[in-house]
Design a protein around this ligand. Structure first.
Ligand SMILES: *Cc1c(COP(=O)(O)O)cnc(C)c1O
Length: 396
């Protein structure tokens, strides 16, 4: 059998490569940070990590993780409900709920798991899910696993959402589902308007704050802070793998009964291992740091404003953004790859995105700003963009 299958895979792989879509992984030999060393020894400035608060190599978090290895061991060898719950897991869940001003929280191995374990646990064929077309893959997969009636609305399009809500009135319960920040443009979901529509058409809301938690809102509490809706959204999911230290782990937080039911029935929670003690301990420490000061959020917001302003002055076409994601529009797929390659020669590591990751003719470089960047590094990035932009006639 395998010979035939092998042939089939070889053809498929070749197709991926011929379409220019083959993903090669660049090997990094230093910790994650504003400056990283790649395997050929070159040091480059990193503008494509989700390391928004610069915590991926935080001395305080590393110390918390190390000391938890000594006090609580390396791994749990169990799921939560058998013998995989330590005081650290309970503390971290309490910290998540406190951060978002919600009633309770439940941990998962990832936000991908949080999303795939959410919908089918709560809703049935009698219910309706209204989902933004640009929602993350894990939401799409989670919705697929659920038998609820599906309604899709165009990205952040409130007229379309309203129409879908009207159609969904026949169902028992309605849940509107959206990313907080959409990862390709950096735009936020209009949660104020979604909240109004949810009230008008009797629906609940789920927001995935993966790209917004730690980033959006004055104190980084996410889109629920930006729109002054803390504590009012039924379900929030998020990751510990981006702004919050970048290791691994996800969570769902919100109304008490929802979290209680997930603990009883959510499959990735029931049938997948507990997060390691060191990750839980560092997570607790991270939320303590968030409680003490907004320094990192302030720095991130300042950096983002600074960078975007300089890029606009230089003549680049930047998508409107309310996050730390800055899409530098180039429109042409090949050009986006050339610009990214040339920037790497200049010591700037960014990624060009093109169809099918973004719509046809909307190729771009996605720059992700971090609180770890200093002014000099931001300037170096802008200077490199200007140099390459002029060479390739993107700007004058
Ligand atoms: C990154 C991301 C996830 C996945 O988070 P992991 O913890 O890495 O699984 C889920 N949803 C959204 C919106 C994301 O951006």
């Amino acid at each position: 059998m395998y010979q035939k299958f092998q042939k089939h895979l070889q053809v498929e792989l070749q197709n991926i490569e011929d379409a220019g879509l083959y993903k090669n992984e660049r090997v990094i030999i230093s910790p994650q940070g504003a400056a990283i060393r790649v395997s050929d020894g070159q040091e480059v400035l990193n503008f494509c990590a989700n390391n928004y608060l610069g915590l991926s190599n935080s001395p305080k978090l590393k110390e918390a993780a190390k000391s938890a290895i000594d006090s609580h061991g390396y791994g749990m060898s169990s799921v939560r409900f058998i013998c995989g719950t330590q005081d650290l897991h309970k503390k971290l869940e309490a910290a998540v709920a406190k951060f978002f001003k919600t009633e309770d929280a439940i941990l998962y191995a990832s936000c991908f798991d949080a999303n795939t374990g959410l919908f089918e646990t709560l809703l049935t064929a009698e219910d309706a899910i209204l989902s933004d077309t640009l929602n993350h893959a894990s939401i799409i997969d989670g919705v697929r696993l659920c038998k609820a009636q599906r309604y899709r609305y165009a990205n952040a399009d409130m007229q379309d959402l309203e129409e879908q809500l009207k159609k969904a009135q026949a169902q028992r319960f309605r849940l509107i589902v959206t990313d907080g920040v959409f990862s390709m443009d950096g735009n936020v979901a209009p949660l104020d308007k979604i909240y109004e529509l949810a009230n008008k058409y009797d629906a609940m809301i789920m927001v995935d704050e993966s790209h917004s938690a730690g980033v959006v809102g004055n104190t980084g509490r996410g889109v629920t802070e930006l729109f002054d809706l803390k504590g009012k959204i039924e379900i929030i999911t998020g990751t510990l793998g981006k702004a919050f230290g970048g290791a691994i782990g996800g969570f769902t937080t919100g109304k008490q009964e929802i979290i209680d039911m997930l603990r009883q029935r959510s499959r990735p929670y029931l049938f997948s291992n507990s997060i390691p003690p060191m990750v839980a301990a560092a997570g607790v420490k991270m939320f303590e740091m968030m409680d003490e000061t907004n320094e990192l959020q302030d720095k991130l917001h300042e950096n983002t404003k600074y960078f975007i302003k300089k890029m606009k002055v230089a003549g680049f076409d930047i998508k409107p953004t309310e996050s730390a994601i800055c899409a530098v529009m180039l429109y042409d797929a090949k050009l986006s790859q050339e610009v990214a390659d040339r920037l790497l020669d200049e010591g700037i590591y960014v990624i060009g995105f093109y169809y099918p990751v973004v719509p046809k003719g909307e190729a771009r470089i996605r720059v992700q700003i971090s609180a770890a960047h200093d002014k000099e590094q931001l300037d170096k990035c802008v200077t490199a963009f200007i140099k390459v932009g002029k060479e390739l006639e993107v700007i004058k």
